[in-house]
Design a protein. Structure first.
Length: 80
C-alpha cells in the first residue's frame, strides 16, 4: 500500500494556482493549520483550478490555503 503525506508534497498558495502544472494528478486543499479541506483528482491540475466549484467554500474555511498535488498518470485517475 502506498502511503502519501500531503504535507510533504509540492504545493502553491491558492493565489498562485495559475502556476499549477498542466498534468494529471490528485490534489489537496490544505489550511494554514495543516487541515486537509478537500481532496480531488484531475486530468489537468491547472485547468481544474481555473474555476473550481469549491473555491468559495474553501476560502470561507481558511484564509491561507495551499494546494498540494501528487502527479500521476492519467490511467491512475480512471477508477470506478
Amino acid at each position: 500500500m502506498l502511503k502519501i503525506n500531503p504535507l510533504e508534497l509540492p504545493f502553491v498558495s491558492f493565489q498562485e494556482r495559475k502556476i499549477l502544472p498542466a498534468s494529471p494528478g490528485i490534489y489537496f486543499a490544505i489550511s494554514s493549520n495543516d487541515k486537509i479541506l478537500y481532496i480531488g483528482r484531475s486530468t489537468n491540475l491547472r485547468n481544474r483550478w481555473k474555476s473550481h466549484h469549491r473555491e468559495v467554500q474553501l476560502k470561507s474555511q481558511s484564509e491561507d490555503i495551499r494546494l498540494a498535488w501528487l502527479q500521476v498518470g492519467v490511467n491512475i485517475l480512471i477508477f470506478r
